[in-house]
Design a protein around this ligand. Sequence first.
Ligand SMILES: Cc1ncc(C[n+]2csc(CCOP(=O)(O)OP(=O)(O)O)c2C)c(N)n1
Ligand SMILES: [Mg+2]
Length: 561
Amino acid sequence: MQQQDLKLRHGGKVLADALVGHGAKMAFGVPGESFLPVLDGLYDVRDQLKFVVCRQEGGAAYMADAWGKLTGEPGLLFVTRGPGATNGAVGVHTAFQDSTPLVVFIGQVGNDFVEREAFQEIDYRRMYGQMSKWVAQIDRVERIPEYVSHAFHTATAGRPGPVVLALPEDMLFAEAAVADAPRYKRVRPAPSARDMEALQALLQGAKRPFVLVGGGGWSRAACDGLRAWVEASGLPAGTSFRCQDLFDNRSSSYAGDVGIGINPKLAQRVKEADVLLVIGARLGEMTTSGYSLLEVPLPQQKLIHVHAGAEELGRVYQAELPINSGNAQFVEALAAVALDGAGWRERTRAARAEYEAWGKPQPIPGRLQYAEAVKWLDGALPEDAIVSVGAGNFSGWMHRYFRYKGFRSQLGATNGSMGYGLPAAVAAKLAAPERTVVAVCGDGDFLMTGQEFATAAQYGAAVIALVVNNGMYGTIRMHQEREYPERISGTELRNPDFAAYARAFGGHGELVEETAQFAPAFERARGSGKPAIIELRLDPDAITTSTTLSKIRAQALKSGR
Ligand SMILES: Cc1ncc(C[n+]2csc(CCOP(=O)(O)OP(=O)(O)O)c2C)c(N)n1
Ligand SMILES: [Mg+2]
């Protein structure tokens, strides 16, 4: 387009048009006076790009992260200067550790006042430097299309992650006649033929191979393709922490999740593997049981490490065969790798049997057998349901007893950030209104972002939130009793009536105190068509799926703590 054909637009409009040009359909945020022209620009494109107004930037940021995880397109977050930017930081940290594509737009002091510590001024380059892939400030309105294009490419390329763009106020009000950039293209490396030959030789020579799947940047097709190949090869496969949905848990090859509270038999299998094929996972602290399943820097297992971010290869572990590749590109190449699995099929069957035995509900103290409720949910939810989880011991029952059935049947934060479940569920329900969406939350966890129940009500997002209430920050109490038995400090919670809380927002509320009440309560919640909260009263002694608080305390006292 010739320059003279272009219309003058203010910065907010140029930005909104740029987002639509990159295919954006939804954005999340909390408004601020620092970016009024952006709100004005979003008004004009409201039929193509919906701006979901939230109640706190932390919740908005989690929603944007969940959107990024679900769609593979960058989640979009709008927050105001200092207070908005600091509230939203939890979601940026989460997106970084989860490798989620995210683009954050922050209002900024005008260039006329910058560096005076003006009202709510923060230098975002320094603030966000360590938890994002790129932080920049757009100082000239004409360059908005260039910066936004760069942001979308950076957020999605290699190892995906968050990008932050600061928007000085004077720049947003300024006008320019500037052309829009075309839609971004995702950049992903692919493995070489030599990589795949070396992989075939290593795997075929293995006696105890194991496949570990995880990380960001997956798609449904890549997950399905990988499962088909793993099954045809007779290999056993596990998933990294909170990535269970990357491999259909019902597959005869699935051996469980390699994360917190890992099945001890599975941990042993990973340790004993002679060749470990790791696809997409970074091999972080939670996946390696504190870097103990694999030795740093040279693991005993021959490691084939496939990752889209070249900088992740050799970062902690020296792989026998590092392969810099996107997950989909690698899975495509795998289709040409034929293995004779006769040597390990029996081990795969044994690993599967151990997983199934581990998933049998274990009794816990109290009238509510939480494992039974999870098992019921596992059978009652439609195959394409989305389950989001927050952080706390309550999530251990989902990890152990729920069967994730395919790509993005789970949304969770691998940085263990509390409060993720409810906002993630709201974003999922807005992204896919036809799917059943359940958030599994703790009592502490839920009230970190519980105000986003108002967002669910405002937008008609009929999510079902389970609040597992044990009246405490149970995870921390568990550690506390182990280290300082009987000295309860800073871990008790006095909670509201969660069902009444739901009703106050126009939602549906239920209280479940024993196992038999769960199924009918869930059906009533689902049938209400409203956002719902089901409080599950858990006996406080039921601290994990496999032990009790009193046992941990007794053990600590016995050992003289
Ligand atoms: C944002 C955030 N703050 C604090 C923590 C530390 N932390 C981890 S688990 C936990 C307690 C969770 O309590 P609750 O949601 O009630 O679950 P429970 O452990 O009782 O099942 C805390 C405080 C965290 N992970 N994230
Ligand atoms: Mg709790």
